[in-house]
Design a binder for this molecule. Structure first.
Ligand SMILES: [Zn+2]
Length: 299
């Protein structure tokens, strides 16, 4: 059976079709066109889904908080116009699908499910997927299934505190790992140190130099990794999860972050299990979200 997954973002909609046995069949994308209003966005999603062949159902990954029962977004700064729009009902009606075949999931959770189904986490029983982008997000797979919690907020590693007196975070707390290890935070830290010298704050170049030689660039990525590892140590201690998959734009530096991450975990947790902790790069990139959004539709 053919299922469609949609990754609804503030500027772009990524979509694709996947068979229930996990073969990627087709991909599409379109501009979200938020400025043209909610109906336009719904029509665009419905058109993509129709083109892709939606008989098996439609899964939507959306940023922000969702209400699963009503099938809508409750809070999302990037998709303000779509808040409280009955996405599930409207799309089911437009596509002639049963309500039960239209599913909503938070985008980080969807990406976690995608990586677990067809990416790095294939076959793993437990893992935490971590996105390193503007912020730090995450999704938790426990016992082979996505664990989202009642509000879809499980796995949100970004707001685990690693420095109680640290800088104030957007969430209102202080010293969240997001303030130290997101791509935004790493850019800021690099700029503060004037790294790399040619273009302070350029993470791609920073990573290139760190890969080439020892020095301040490599040390900074080690320090960023260590802060992330301190947050992941909490996950190791609480859940005994030992596999971490790093995605998002900054996830491309996983090889450089890993030594620091492992040092951070070692510093803040204990036991023999540390020998079996693994930090792996995500492989599906921008496809993880739509693939994971379609995951629950496959048997
Ligand atoms: Zn926070």
């Amino acid at each position: 059976m053919r299922c469609v997954g949609i990754d609804l973002g503030g500027t772009a909609i990524k979509a694709g079709a996947v068979s229930s046995d996990g073969r990627i069949l087709d991909r599409r994308s379109a501009a979200t066109g938020l400025e043209r209003g909610e109906r336009h966005v719904l029509d665009t999603i419905a058109a993509l889904a129709r083109e892709l062949g939606v008989e098996g159902g439609l899964g939507l990954g959306v940023p922000g908080l969702i209400d699963r029962e009503r099938g809508c977004i409750t809070e999302c700064p990037n998709l303000k116009a779509m808040e409280r729009v009955p996405l599930r009902d409207e799309l089911a009606r437009r596509l002639g699908l049963d309500l039960a075949r239209v599913l909503l999931e938070n985008d980080a959770n969807a990406a976690a499910a995608g990586e677990h189904w067809l990416g790095t986490g294939r076959g793993e029983r437990d893992l935490l997927f971590v996105t390193l982008g503007t912020g730090v997000g995450g999704g938790l797979i426990l016992d082979g299934r996505l664990y989202a919690g009642p509000g879809g907020l499980a796995g949100e590693i970004g707001h685990v505190v690693v420095e109680p007196g640290g800088p104030v975070c957007g969430c209102g707390s202080r010293g969240c790992v997001e303030m130290f290890a997101s791509a935004t935070a790493a850019t800021r830290r690099a700029r503060e140190l004037g790294l790399p010298r040619e273009k302070p704050g350029d993470l791609a170049q920073l990573a290139r130099i760190a890969r080439e030689r020892e020095g301040a660039e490599r040390e900074l990525l080690h320090a960023v990794g260590r802060d992330l590892g301190r947050a992941l140590a909490t996950v190791v201690s609480l859940l005994d999860v030992r596999t971490f998959v790093l995605g998002g734009g900054f996830g491309a530096a996983t090889d450089l972050l890993t030594p620091g991450v492992l040092a951070g975990i070692r510093e803040r947790s204990y036991g023999e299990r540390l020998a079996t902790v693994r930090v792996l790069p995500a492989v599906l990139g921008a496809d993880a979200g739509w693939i994971g959004a379609a995951r629950p539709l496959a048997p």
